[in-house]
Design a protein around this ligand. Structure first.
Ligand SMILES: [Zn+2]
Ligand SMILES: [Zn+2]
Length: 96
């Protein structure tokens, strides 16, 4: 699956009734509380990893409830980590 196909699939999935149900299971499990700052407002469900994408019911621990602010922060960190990993690989290549 190409990245573009993946994104199309992912966005369609996020709009599906199945995701709505799974999302509400994760919200209930986390007592409708942001697991990072304990806020009860603007809650979103974040994928810790995508290995169980569209099969999250098999193990809800791949999901976590975050408020919009912590969710954005989480994605910024992830992006930063990816960037660091990428730069590290580039440097290693240059040094070799
Ligand atoms: Zn939060
Ligand atoms: Zn997320």
């Amino acid at each position: 699956m190409s990245y573009t196909n993946f994104l199309a699939f992912y966005h369609a999935y996020l709009a599906s009734p199945k995701w709505r149900d799974i999302r509400s299971l994760a919200l209930t499990r986390d007592c409708e509380t942001c697991q990072s700052c304990n806020s009860h407002e603007c809650l979103e469900v974040h994928h810790i990893h995508y290995k169980l994408l569209a099969r999250e019911e098999l193990d809800l621990s791949c999901l976590i409830t975050l408020c919009r602010y912590c969710h954005e922060e989480e994605h910024r960190q992830q992006k930063k980590l990816r960037q660091l990993a990428f730069e590290y690989i580039l440097k290693k290549k240059e040094a070799a």
